[in-house]
Design a protein. Structure first.
Length: 349
């Protein structure tokens, strides 16, 4: 098997992500001739979810169908057996021109989840940020459940009870189940997620800044608010743990250098559900067989991906997958900036 390019136009409509900006089409995918303009909140770069599934480039074949036809070849025996022959990875490119809603994800195994629902551990790796832009992560010191309830009974503002973290490109955070969070306006990031195959990841909205929208997803004071899930949000939030700066520090992911030189390789996120690396610069990486599938998304420059089966060129704004059976991978990069994500061979505890 060989590396495969994925189609680059798996974009959410404004009705789903009304807070979206112009970076995805105007910058990252500007050279791909997508013949689309306007604001986009999310590009689902690598996805087997039915709502926005990835297609192999140049075909009408779903990535999920390709994997299902040869799960061991794509995922390796350990990951294929653990997840029923499908990948749990979901990789999104996200551009927030406005604040996202304050939300929280449940844990897998929550008794209130339906049989087709999953938790959604995720990470944020910041690509761009306007000066002063940032993220909302957990509640400030001294904020209790009762304070949040009283705030929401008054329709907010909930952000005044949360930690606001100013960010810069390269910052990374892990968002575990039960963490209230929101991406602030002016931040562009990549969001790797874990979703149990065959299920859909669940998000509960705490608060949506008291915004209203028309039927096209545009702000309209006479429009309708998006649905909230306050009772479920309160129920799945982890109360009683660290708050304030201690909580933010626990969420922050610190990179580990794997290879120095003109082409730098860093491990940015490493936790039980997925591992994400960042490859930046010009030069060559020679990687031994991973044992599972690489999911690669390029944000700058280009790379030639060579395996025993052939060579694939990856450009800015594109994503590719490298099957486990492709074996060793050589990466020849020119001014590259790329996020590479994979499922660990060891199962989450």
């Amino acid at each position: 098997m060989i590396p495969r390019l994925l189609r680059s136009d798996n974009l959410t409509p404004p009705t789903r992500t009304p807070w979206g900006g112009e970076e995805i089409l105007g910058h990252y995918k500007a050279d791909l001739d997508l013949h689309r303009t306007g604001k986009v909140g999310e590009s689902w770069e690598v996805s087997v979810e039915p709502s926005f599934p990835s297609l192999l480039a140049g075909t009408e074949t779903l990535l999920s169908d390709a994997i299902a036809a040869d799960p061991v070849g794509w995922l390796g025996p350990e990951v294929a057996a653990r997840y029923g022959g499908q990948t749990p990875l979901l990789i999104k490119l996200l551009d927030a021109a406005d604040n996202l809603s304050v939300q929280v994800h449940p844990r897998d195994g929550d008794p209130e989840l339906a049989l087709d629902e999953s938790g959604k551990p995720e990470a944020w790796i910041v690509l761009r940020a306007r000066p002063g832009a940032g993220l909302y992560l957990g509640f400030q010191d001294g904020v209790a459940r009762e304070d949040v309830v009283r705030c929401l009974e008054r329709s907010g503002p909930l952000d005044r009870l949360m930690n606001f973290v100013t960010v810069s490109p390269g910052d990374a955070f892990v968002i575990a189940a039960g963490t209230p969070h929101a991406i602030g306006g002016g931040v562009t990031l990549i969001e790797p997620q874990f979703v149990t195959p065959g299920r859909r990841g669940v998000t509960y909205r705490f608060w949506d800044w008291n915004r209203r929208y028309d039927a096209e997803g545009q702000r309209d004071p006479s429009g309708a608010p998006r649905p909230l899930h306050v009772a479920r949000s309160l129920a799945v939030t982890r109360w009683g743990g660290p708050t304030g700066e201690a909580f933010v520090s626990r969420c922050r992911a610190l990179p580990r250098l794997l290879q120095a030189g003109p082409l730098v390789r860093q491990r940015v996120v490493s936790w039980p559900w997925f591992v994400s690396e960042r490859w930046r610069g010009s030069g060559t990486l020679t990687l031994p067989p991973l044992g599972t599938m690489w999911a690669l998304t390029a944000f700058q420059g280009r790379a030639e991906l060579e395996t025993a089966g052939g060579v694939l060129t990856l450009r800015r704004g594109q994503s590719a997958v490298v099957p486990a059976s492709a074996g060793a991978l050589e990466v020849r990069a020119e001014e590259l900036d790329l996020i590479a994500t994979y499922s660990p061979l060891k199962a989450p505890a």
